[in-house]
Write a protein that binds this ligand. Structure first.
Ligand code: ZN
Length: 199
């Protein structure tokens, strides 16, 4: 899955969370942006990802270190549930150090988890259970079958079980669906602001 799709998934999930929980204006504004950013972090394990080149030499060095650690292979340790917990914990520490609202760490964890959920829908597996198991895990085939059947018809649907990175399913279905969720959540937030004066 492409970096922009990952970022959009984190942003949409962050807006949806803000629309559902009516946080402070600061959290409503910063939360979805942080979630979009966190949705890029897992791909620090890839030499040419958006995350790796996001902060120049600093993120490139961090990526190099990650890739030379045990489990540093692409879609391995950084694409696990343990990494979601670690990222949320690190964000909690960062929030405490900067006196930012701790709830922002939840947005980071949510964005990070969105990345892994997105990768689970593609044609390559992630090591979701690392370090407890190195078993490759794919997303639900039934979901993919339905999507492909709906997009391309049955003959095409049977050609490949899962969607490819930046393929027609990602560009034609996943991205528009995420944009709809983001737009719908934003409208709900704006409606709440008009009615009550706060998000
Ligand atoms: Zn990834």
């Amino acid at each position: 899955m492409m970096g922009k799709t990952h970022a959009l998934s984190g942003f949409a999930a962050g807006l949806a969370l803000a629309a559902l929980t009516h946080p402070s204006p600061l959290v409503a504004a910063a939360g979805p942006v942080l979630a979009a950013s966190a949705a890029l972090w897992p791909d620090l394990d890839h030499a040419s990802s958006k995350a790796t080149h996001s902060c120049g030499p600093a993120s490139e060095t961090l990526s190099w270190v990650v890739r030379h650690l045990p489990g540093g292979t692409h879609r391995w340790a950084l694409h696990s549930l343990t990494a979601v917990a670690a990222a949320t914990w690190l964000a909690t520490v960062a929030a405490a150090l900067t006196h930012a609202p701790k709830i922002l760490a939840v947005y980071c964890g949510l964005g990070y988890a969105c990345h892994i959920a997105g990768d689970l829908l593609t044609d390559r597996p992630v090591r979701l259970l690392w370090p407890f198991s190195d078993r490759p895990v794919w997303g639900l085939p039934a979901w993919q079958w339905t999507l492909r059947w709906w997009l391309f018809g049955w003959d095409q649907a049977t050609l490949k079980l899962r969607m490819t990175t930046n393929g027609p399913a990602e560009r034609g279905a996943v991205r528009p669906a995420l944009a709809l969720i983001a737009a719908g959540s934003l409208l709900l937030i704006l409606r709440h602001v008009t009615l009550t004066g706060s998000p």
